[in-house]
Ligand binder design. Structure first.
Ligand SMILES: Cc1cc2nc3c(=O)[nH]c(=O)nc-3n(C[C@H](O)[C@H](O)[C@H](O)COP(=O)(O)O)c2cc1C
Length: 297
């Protein structure tokens, strides 16, 4: 039994501030259900869904896990398409916890269509993926680094949404604060997606990923990416940061994110190594830490 760490952030009621990040153990409804029922995770963000049709993504290899302090991926946003995925959300909702529908599209009309369909499946919020480092279009960091486009997408989705809308931004942009300001019509921000990166297979004499470069996640991105970005944005503007994300694998990381201005956090790569049990062990440690430091739940 955990202390009461419930919180309300950007219109979303959470039993604690730990959420599952997009793209990890959320390809289908049963994997999300497993994470949410394992205790500890208060909500799950779905895999990013783009369009009506299935999207295959890149050919293997699409992940490179042996990096010591992180993982490289260029999956190419493979997803089954919105209609197929509706069933997965229905399954995940059996956990009785908020499901946040992540979407990406080539333009604002596409984002709006997907947002409307996501809401019809009963999601509690929409997360706009404006930050993938290894695809093209508005759902990518390329589109997501254009403040005019970002503003248009956020406003278009807000105008068709009755649930909170979050914008997930990239660390790989020249001026993050400018993009965050462009996204300020959103109910909250999610910071960050993966950091653009590359690794070379020296025997094969080519990049390890079929796409060449990909996105780095895990512990190594926390100081250069997540913590830095949350701090910069929090200092510049007053908007809920619903997901400080990047490299969280222990309670200390969660505390760090909260101290620089995150209202809640998301965890991804750490699940590859530790499984869904990581949420409840972080919660236990967090509770102990709060008690030791004299914080009240
Ligand atoms: C295999 C993999 C797939 C991902 N897929 C998505 C995705 O579909 N949409 C998205 O917004 N972020 C995606 N991400 C990024 C994560 O949600 C998260 O922002 C990033 O990995 C940093 O957090 P972490 O270090 O806890 O993994 C993916 C990350 C990984 C490792």
């Amino acid at each position: 039994m955990f202390a009461d760490l419930s919180t309300e952030v950007a219109g979303l009621r959470l039993e604690n501030p730990l959420m599952l990040a997009s793209g990890i153990l959320d390809e289908n409804g049963y994997s999300m259900l497993r994470v949410l029922r394992s205790g500890g995770a208060s909500a799950a963000v779905t895999k990013s869904i783009g369009g009506e049709e299935e999207r295959n993504g890149y050919r293997p290899p699409v992940v490179h896990p042996p990096l010591q302090s992180g993982m490289l991926n260029a999956i190419g946003l493979a997803n089954p398409g919105i209609e197929e995925y509706g069933h997965e959300i229905e399954i995940a909702r059996r956990a009785g916890k908020p499901i946040i529908g992540s979407i990406f599209a080539p333009d604002e009309a596409g984002f709006s269509r997907l947002a409307e369909r996501m809401q019809s499946f009963g999601v509690s919020a929409i997360e706009l993926n404006l930050s993938c480092p290894h695809v093209k279009g508005v759902g990518s960091e390329v589109g997501g680094s254009d403040p005019v486009l970002v503003k248009r997408v956020v406003q278009a989705v807000k105008s068709v949404s009755s649930v909170p809308v979050f914008a997930k931004l990239s660390p790989n942009v020249t001026d993050l604060v400018e993009i965050a300001r462009a996204a300020s019509d959103a109910d909250g921000l999610v910071l960050i997606n993966t950091v653009r990166a590359m690794a070379v297979d020296i025997r094969a004499r080519r990049p390890v990923l079929s796409n060449g470069f990909g996105g780095l996640s895990g512990p190594s991105i926390k100081p250069v990416g997540g913590i830095r970005c949350v701090y910069e944005v929090r200092k510049a503007m007053d908007i809920p940061i619903v997901g400080g994300v990047g490299g969280i694998s222990g309670f200390e990381d969660v505390v760090e994110y909260i101290m620089v201005g995150s209202d809640a956090v998301q965890i991804g790569t750490a699940l590859w190594r530790n499984g869904p049990g990581i949420f409840s062990s972080i919660l236990c440690e967090l509770e102990k830490f709060m008690e030791e430091e004299g914080y009240r739940a």
